[in-house]
Ligand binder design. Structure first.
Ligand code: FE2
Length: 268
């Protein structure tokens, strides 16, 4: 553990990537961290978990993040309440897992970062962990030929607008991180209509259905390899900042009656 000179903060590395920063003084406040510093920490860590910082009211969260960058807004506004609903129309609000994706595939632009506040964590052992996959690690572990194939691959995503997003979008599989210049992967796993509400159809452009199925299966195995994944077990009061370019993310299913309330804001 090392101490930060910015605050009384203890830093602990997470495995295989990520950083936990715990405030050790009672008066800690997220707003005392300059947004530029938070951005730098987020880029360095890819996923940054802040503990011991009281959650902000929604308006204060929006105000703070507006100093970081432009906020992506939706029909519901800037802050999404991610809660389990009794009669959900979209899988994000159900108890199932959420396959890997990047945020903003169907938005006017993908956010560079997003930030969660955990209002209520699932009970211990209750599932609902947010899982992050480090796509640059996936790229480092793949052979040159495969990376070359990925570099020329475009994917079409299609979903009905049942929740707050939807439409059809085409995206190259690989992209460049706007801050680090690193090659990153942009990929959303298929959301199978047999298993999930509000499915997403994923087509690999120019590929036969048989080849595309093998391609997607291979990608799934690589992205879910525990060596490249960090699963975050939520605790009440966690604030988590995420590099939406470096990482893909998803969620583990909830057990039985376990539930969770997160608030999410996205920064362009
Ligand atoms: Fe997401």
């Amino acid at each position: 553990m090392t101490r930060s000179d910015v605050h009384d903060i203890e830093q602990t590395p997470l495995r295989p990537f990520g950083r936990l920063m715990t405030a050790t003084d009672a008066g800690a406040d997220l707003r005392d961290i300059a947004p530029a510093t938070l951005e730098q920490w987020t880029i360095e860590s890819k996923v940054l978990v802040l503990r011991g910082f009281p959650l902000l009211e929604k308006e204060d969260l929006v105000e703070y993040c507006s100093r970081w960058g432009e906020i992506l807004t939706w029909d519901f506004g800037a802050v999404l309440d991610l809660v389990i609903q009794e009669d959900p129309k979209n899988y994000l609000f159900s108890r199932t897992d959420a396959p890997f994706h990047w945020d903003g595939a169907f938005a006017k632009a993908a956010p560079r970062y997003f930030l969660f506040q955990c209002v209520r964590a699932p009970r211990p052992g209750g599932g609902g962990e947010t899982v992050f996959s480090d796509s640059s690690a996936v790229l480092r572990r793949a052979g040159e030929d495969l990376v070359r194939q990925w570099a020329s691959t475009e994917i079409t995503y299609r979903t009905d607008k049942v929740g707050y997003y939807g439409g059809e979008t085409v995206s190259p599989l690989l992209a460049e991180h706007s801050a680090t210049g690193e090659t990153i992967m942009r990929y959303g796993e298929p959301i199978d209509p047999e298993r999930y509400l509000n499915p997403v159809w994923v087509d690999v452009n120019g590929m036969s259905e048989v080849d595309a199925a093998a391609f997607k299966e291979d990608l799934r195995d690589r992205l879910h390899d525990p060596e490249v994944c960090y699963a975050h077990e939520w605790r009440d009061g966690d604030i988590v900042a995420v590099d939406n370019q470096a990482l893909l993310h998803g969620r583990n299913a909830f057990q039985d009656d376990s539930s969770r309330h997160l608030q999410r804001i996205q920064i362009l």
